[in-house]
Design a binder for this molecule. Structure first.
Ligand SMILES: [Zn+2]
Length: 73
């Protein structure tokens, strides 16, 4: 994911208050810098998943990937 994207993106939980700047974590995910939030947003295949319930989304995506016929990537 390009660095400038993490500068533009804001935490959906905090952005309405003009806050919610994000920082890249060591493993490339994004984390809200607000100390009372610190929400973590995974980056999947270079795409930040900016959902407040990203865990369910990723679980759903893995099920779809697992269900694809062999040989299709
Ligand atoms: Zn936040």
């Amino acid at each position: 994911m390009p660095d400038h994207l993490s500068e533009i993106l804001r935490c959906p939980k905090c952005s309405k208050h003009g806050k919610g700047r994000l920082a890249k974590t060591e493993n490339g995910d994004l984390q809200c810098k607000e100390t009372d939030c610190l929400s973590l947003y995974p980056v999947s295949d270079g795409m930040p998943v900016m959902l407040t319930d990203a865990g369910d989304f990723l679980g759903f995506r893995r099920k779809i990937l697992a269900a694809r016929p062999a040989g299709i990537s």
